[in-house]
Design a protein around this ligand. Sequence first.
Ligand code: ATP
Ligand code: MG
Length: 655
Amino acid sequence: MDLDTLLSDLNDAQRRAVCLEGGRALVLAGAGSGKTRVLTRRAAYLIRFTGLSPFALLAVTFTNKAAGEMRGRISELLGIATSGMWVGTFHGIAHRLLRQHAEQAGLPEGFQILDADDQLRLVKRVLRARGTDENRLPPRQVRGFIAARKEEGVRPEAVVTEGHRYQQELLEIYRDYEESCRRGGLVDFAELLLRADELLAGDEGLLAHYRRRFQHILVDELQDTNAMQYRWLTRLIGEGTGLFAVGDDDQSIYGWRGARVENMDRLCRELAPVEIVRLEQNYRSTATILQAANHLIAHNDKRLGKNLWTSGDQGEPITLYRAFNEVDEARWVIDRINDWIEEEGYQAGDFAILYRSNAQSRAFEEALIAHRLPYRVYGGVRFFERAEVKDALAYLRLVMTRHDDASFERAVVTPPRGVGAKTLDAIRTAARAQNTSLWSAAQQLVAHKQLAARARNAVHAFLELIDDLEQRVAGEPLQHQAEHAISSTGLRHHYERDESRLENLDELVSAARSFAHEGSRAGGAEAHETEPLLDFLTHAALEAGEGQAADWGASVQLMSLHAAKGLEFPVVFLTGLEEGLFPHYLSADDPVRLEEERRLCYVGMTRARTRLCLTCAEVRRIHGRDQEARPSRFLGELPLETLDEVRPSIRIRLR
Ligand code: ATP
Ligand code: MG
């Protein structure tokens, strides 16, 4: 490939960026201006036209998906295999370093990675071993504490506690946790980066080796790097290392997870001279969408300031639909998708449904299933597969069938109630020996006093809890049954500090209520013959397994706004634009967090290429109750002339 071909579909500013002579550059530019495209071209340019070896380049992107795409693009542009190249996420690259130098890093050869779930389980084991009450020190909080320390690069020895007892205790747990990881050869996500950084910091020879090796470092989405990522990255940059970073301060949306948008400024200061390149032409969205997004983000105070324009079509106005409630919202969205597939030749894969909170996906999932539209939920677990939802369902299943062993296993330990691994093992062994269910085995062990007193009491209490739950829910409406399964079992309390899990539990109550209504509306003798609870559980089980299209490209894409970063879609539905939901109520009163919410809205709008639809509901079921909702302030911050409000004709309320 010659240079002209490589640069042919780039504008002047983009070309200059790709061909920069200088060693260090920061491309600071708005959404859809071609940052990621330029970054990829830059990689190809360096390899093809400056003689850089493909293995002397390190490229860091935010998601595995983006990394895969970049590798594919480079290989396509240059016609070379890119499998051995260092292109990946921060975690992925740190992991690779640690694998290659496990011994120096103090890790066993076959060290294992702990995902967030495994990590929580390990924290619980540590707490149990110390005899710490999980209600007093919730494992999630402990996990958060540990992750935050690691992201600051602080090991237990270096934690400053000011002698506070509570802090002292957390610190000891952190130490125990590290010890468990060490014994088991386990590494959590935050540890990957910290350990890789320590590895380089502690070995001058190795650092020099990698500084020589990585002659050029490229970074996408710089605005969302946290302190540890920044530290690690800059450590690798030696005197002669080239750097090409791209980012957009207006799209910094991970402040709540420790990302520091100041890293952009800091990088320019600490690695000076850094040439700043601005790209101002947007190639993604219609003029209307861009105008609205620019207008919205202008409401933020602390901005580096950018001027984004497009030579593209004016395009359609942005559609705004005010739904009666979330069911109507989902119906309207799915109707549009169906219409546009039929009338305008769109494919299912052209549509993205974006939301602020993962719990919102359920109404859409149900409508999509009802219309037999293939869909995919990105970066999140489908509603009925979410751990906390499965926990609640496990109780209901036990109420229906005591011999459901999987539900028994799940419910007996969530929330923790003193039934330990040893007791559970004894129950399993007895069940196996007598060829009965765990439930029956547990009953017998209790009746024949074959367990130590404490374990026996705990198991006995659990058996009673389920019997008691059955009494409570008998004859109750479905949504009350669900509520009992969440409240009287201690689940709600257990997840008390985790806002998103609580939202999902409440959403389950809402789902039960809607299901009950639809069941009775569907009428007929059939609907009343079986237990509504059984119907509901069947519905949940089927939904958990079905509807997942094999081919992502051919399905409607559902994802949170956070997961949509960097992506683009022909048609975007940005849903749930209501005060309290978006901006989220926890952020509404804090000016800094409110600005982050606004950036999130900006990110969502700028994902759209040709059509953008915004929706809000007048009433939304939150915490299992219908709540009047005011339209989001962000709607009021859009220029009126870009909006086309569709008013629903008078219809019968859906419930
Ligand atoms: P974001 O901020 O959302 O990450 P970005 O700045 O990384 O956006 P890209 O995703 O690289 O932008 O580009 C946006 C879209 O515009 C892509 O579809 C890309 O292929 C297209 N594009 C970029 N530059 C040009 C150009 N010069 N001519 C035509 N299309 C372009
Ligand atoms: Mg990008």
